[in-house]
Write a protein that binds this ligand. Structure first.
Ligand code: BYC
Length: 472
């Protein structure tokens, strides 16, 4: 069954909000607070209108509609993917049972926690990116930034809907708090580390949408397996939007690397700062930073939380149904790293408590595809340099390597060595200053900043020089 969206409501939705007046009123009361938050902490650059896609229904063909609209008139709505008839729980101790349409009482707290953590990341990323519009390298990029921002706003709506619809007063309170914590705030920071880091410039934005949005893809993929059907359906729909965010990251880094390679060839030097490009050493340091803080988002290698989520049927594995095992994992073990007396050792633990590592390794494989792609660009340009992912122990605050000093190659070193060599591995104040010096807006249709190559294609079949944004 495909539910079409109701656009006559103040809150467009395909969840029959009109049929539940209490819920509708509660969400309509939250809506002005959301709008206030968007005005205060959403994109700061005023554009008259932006060429955006808007979700208008959840069925295969009709889910996105493109057109120029003022940002504040974007219709943030509530959309769930279609309900699968007779869907069954695919893992854990309730495997084979009919998927839940209501919150199972015994798992209420865990489920609420997952929704709050997921919901917290969405507005956080908008807050992190709010000033980037002022320095967009092209109208094409500016449009993509705003597209990502409005969709993260919609993903917040997705979690707030679930909190309001299924968690009563506590859910409503949590929904309020999602607007009260702020990225980087000392008093009320966002919950997960990476969402309190500043996104200072467009290289950081591309790295964020490549590495951190990709954590979103994998976490949403595990929640799409959830036995709590409304969560699964919400995440399945969110994943379609997420794909565009990662495209922005992948092709953004492609374009930086391509331009840097061009300048290196043209001037026969690695030192392309004089020629207005971003040296590959700086690209690698940004990559090291964003990949390592994104690895922290997977939690610890050994986690009873994840074991409980899985056993309860709340959070599955990536592509759970394609896995060839018993989907309960009570008898299996997995091997994880531990740091003992300054050495890395491998130890065997129950597979259930190692599930964060399972997801992290799927993520690693996916991240590596990008690195291969960027290295192909370098090779094709005749540049004898490569980029690489640092070791999973590098620069970690969470898990087995927290508190240890690990080089990008994976060697444990003492704190003095780390302090001496950190400027080789992580972005330095000079790097930030240099990249910032390149951040000058380019707002003429089809024109690009000199540090980045143009994209191969435009959006939705439009040419690259299309006027994607009309500025005020
Ligand atoms: N920072 O048992 P542990 C996205 C906490 S991104 C701070 O090792 P667990 C997006 C943890 O909460 C996807 N705290 O790990 C991307 C726990 O605290 P409690 C977001 C951290 O719980 C871009 C304690 O440490 N969605 O959508 O299995 C733009 C022990 O944790 C961190 C989700 O993450 C950290 N990095 O896994 C926009 C899905 N890591 O409970 C959007 C929902 C761990 O002891 N969340 N902690 O107080 C989860 O599945 C899990 O909560 C986590 C952590 C994967 C985050």
């Amino acid at each position: 069954m495909s539910l079409s969206a109701d656009y006559t409501d103040r809150i467009p939705n395909n969840v029959d909000l009109r049929g539940d007046r209490r819920l509708q009123r509660a969400l309509e009361a939250w809506q002005p607070r959301f709008m206030q938050w968007w005005r205060d902490l959403g994109p700061d650059l005023i554009a008259r209108d932006v060429y955006l896609r808007t979700a208008i229904s959840a069925d295969r063909d009709g889910w996105a509609h493109f057109g120029h609209i003022p940002l504040e008139e974007y219709r943030w709505g509530i959309f769930l993917a279609d309900r699968e008839p007779d869907r069954r729980i695919a893992f854990g101790e309730h495997m084979g049972m009919t998927a839940w349409q209501q919150v199972p009482g015994e798992y209420r707290a865990e489920l609420q926690r997952l929704l709050v953590v997921q919901g917290d990341t969405e507005p956080a990323s908008v807050e992190q990116q709010r000033l980037l519009g002022f320095t967009a390298p092209s109208l094409y990029d500016l449009r993509n930034l705003f597209q990502v921002n409005v969709e993260e706003g919609r993903h917040l709506w997705a979690m707030v809907y679930l909190l309001h619809a299924f968690f009563g007063r506590e859910g409503r309170e949590q929904a309020e708090e999602l607007l009260m914590r702020h990225s980087g705030s000392v008093d009320a920071p966002r919950i997960l580390g990476a969402f309190n880091e500043p996104t200072r410039d467009w290289l950081a934005f591309f790295m964020f949408t490549y590495f951190t949005d990709r954590d979103g893809k994998f976490q949403l993929g595990t929640l799409a397996e959830s036995g709590f059907d409304p969560l699964s359906r919400t995440c399945r729909f969110m994943l379609r939007e997420e794909a565009h965010h990662m495209m922005v990251g992948t092709t953004g880094i492609d374009r930086v690397v391509r331009r840097s390679a061009e300048l290196m060839r043209e001037h026969d030097t690695d030192d392309i700062k004089r020629h207005g490009g971003i040296p590959l050493d700086i690209v690698q340091r940004y990559l090291n930073f964003h990949y390592s803080v994104s690895l922290d988002l997977f939690g610890g290698e050994r986690s009873t939380n994840v074991a409980n989520y899985f056993t309860a049927g709340l959070k599955g594995r990536w592509q759970e149904e394609r896995r060839q095992d018993d989907h309960r994992l009570t008898e299996l073990t997995a091997t994880v790293d531990v740091v003992v007396d300054g050495r890395v050792e491998r130890t065997e633990i129950p597979a259930l408590v190692a599930l964060n590592q399972d997801l992290r390794s799927e993520y690693f494989t996916d991240c590596n595809n990008g690195v291969r792609r960027w290295n192909r660009i370098l090779e094709e340009a005749g540049v004898d340099r490569t980029l690489s992912l640092p070791h999973h122990g590098f620069n970690r605050r969470v898990g087995a390597f927290a508190g240890s000093w690990v080089t990008p190659g994976g060697s444990l070193v003492d704190v003095e060595t780390w302090a001496r060599r950190e400027p080789e591995w992580l972005p330095t104040p000079d790097d930030f200053e240099y990249v910032q010096s390149l951040m000058k807006p380019v707002f003429l249709p089809g024109m690009m900043a000199a540090w980045i190559a143009p994209p191969a294609t435009g959006i939705n079949g439009q040419p690259v020089d299309y006027e994607y944004v009309h500025l005020t």
